[in-house]
Ligand binder design. Structure first.
Ligand code: DOR
Length: 432
């Protein structure tokens, strides 16, 4: 067990930005008061930012069921390399995370991972939208987020019942439950493989209208008002969705929202290549939508940047556009895309979007997204905000290759990540 001094950097956390050295004590898993000169290892982090580790509210780890695409171990390595110290695992595994047995299995694998694995669980059995999952026993295992992600709960009454059921459950540890929704009305999106608009018409591909997302955003805001229960809206992609969340927050409704890096960087015009790497749900939208998502991130309407990291095997992603599964990698490029594409957002606000708010939404605020100061859990990330690099899909730790950013020049690189005091990434390399 070693102590590490991070010398010469600037801390950015909930208290703002300041020049200070930091000492990590691996034995206690905490930051310590000890003098940097007395530490066993000294890391020169001049020019770097030391921040709370990032928290991703939306990650597909594919285990159990599709370990050829990703495992909890490989996904957690990708996360650590991206600066994440905690990720919320989505339940669309096979079998689905809707029982204590599957959640227990994920937690067991997660206990050996390079970051904290926080399982979410399905709202409905099998994510089929028919009967409610046994939320009570899943809460007892530590689940705080419920979602049928990959699909939205279509039945209005069932969603109302889910919110009421969740409202009746008290985790008893000061955290609260949240129902997280993939907003998509299937009746409107069915058959669509990209955004419905000028490009889908030109390319001859069936589209999903913005309204397929917006109708469910509208309904869930109404249901949060009706039940008083928190709803978190996943991967917002349209200007209309952002505007509705802005109005709901102004009216005091308990809604939160996330947006992905691909929805603030790419447009439906990318699909002109017919390359399935650009196929994702919700689909890439228009330039006006991208601008609205960026504005929502800038003014706090959108609480968190979440990656929707969705690994797929090369075989499946090489199918024709209409047959390939939707989804893109995200963990190893999120910070750099945020720094590159959101230059007007102050670093302190970026850390709020990547760490502080998502830690709170996920029920992890006792150990992630914390101030960087002595006594706090050593879940921290050190990154060089100015370092330029080019995304190379063959160099990623994820088992999959489906990043739409291959070959893109970006700014901002993770140097070190400490998880529970352990140096899981040093000089941009995973230590195990
Ligand atoms: O593009 C997507 N891929 N959107 C989802 O909601 C699910 C995800 C997946 O699991 O591949």
């Amino acid at each position: 067990m070693t102590t590490y001094a991070l010398v010469g950097g600037d801390i950015v956390d909930c208290d703002g930005r300041r020049r200070a050295d930091v000492v990590v004590d691996q034995a206690t898993g905490r930051l310590t008061e000890a003098a940097p000169d007395a530490a066993d290892e000294r890391l020169d982090v001049t020019g770097c930012i030391v921040s709370p580790g990032f928290v991703d509210l939306h990650v597909h780890l594919r285990q159990p069921g599709n370990e050829a695409a990703e495992t909890i171990e490989t996904g957690s390595r990708a996360a650590a390399l991206g600066g994440y110290t905690a990720v919320v695992a989505m339940p669309n595994t096979n079998p689905c995370m809707d029982t204590a047995a599957v959640v227990t299995e994920v937690l067991a694998h997660g206990s050996r991972a390079l970051c904290e694995i926080k399982p979410s669980a399905a709202i409905t059995v099998g994510r089929l939208g028919e009967t409610l999952a046994p939320m009570g026993e899943l809460v007892d295992l530590g689940v705080r987020m419920f979602t049928d992600d990959g699909t939205g709960v279509q039945d209005d009454q069932l969603m109302r019942r889910a919110l009421e059921y969740a409202a009746s459950l008290d985790p008893g540890d000061g955290t609260s439950l949240v129902l997280s929704q993939h907003c998509e009305v299937n009746a409107l999106s069915q058959g669509g493989v990209m955004n419905e608009g000028r490009w889908s018409a030109e390319l001859g591909l069936p589209g999903q209208p913005a309204e397929a997302e917006e109708l469910m955003v509208m309904r869930d805001i109404a249901l949060s008002r009706l039940t008083g229960m928190r709803v978190h809206l996943q991967h917002l992609s349209t200007a209309g969705s952002v505007e509705m969340v802005r109005a709901a927050k102004a009216a005091g409704h308990p809604v939160t929202a996330e947006a992905t890096p691909h929805h603030f960087t790419l447009t439906d015009g990318c699909c002109a290549s017919y390359d399935p790497v650009f196929k994702v749900h919700p689909p890439l939208r228009t330039e006006a939508d991208v601008a609205a998502v960026k504005a929502g991130l800038a003014d706090g309407t959108i609480d968190a940047i979440a990656t929707d990291h969705a690994p797929h095997t090369p075989d499946s992603k090489e199918l024709p556009f209409d047959q390939a599964p939707p989804g893109m990698l995200g963990l190893e490029t999120a910070l750099a895309l945020a720094l590159t594409e959101l230059p007007d957002i102050e670093l302190v606000d970026l850390i709020r979007l990547l760490s502080i708010r998502p830690a709170d939404i996920a029920g992890l605020a006792d150990r992630h997204g914390r101030p960087v100061r002595p006594g706090e859990p050593a879940n921290i990330c050190v990154f060089d905000p100015d370092r330029r690099w080019t995304v190379d899909r063959t160099g990623l730790a994820s088992l999959a290759l489906n990043t739409p950013f291959h070959g893109r020049g970006v700014r901002g690189m993770v140097r070190h990540t400490f998880f529970d005091g352990e140096p899981v990434v040093i000089d941009g390399k995973a230590t195990r």
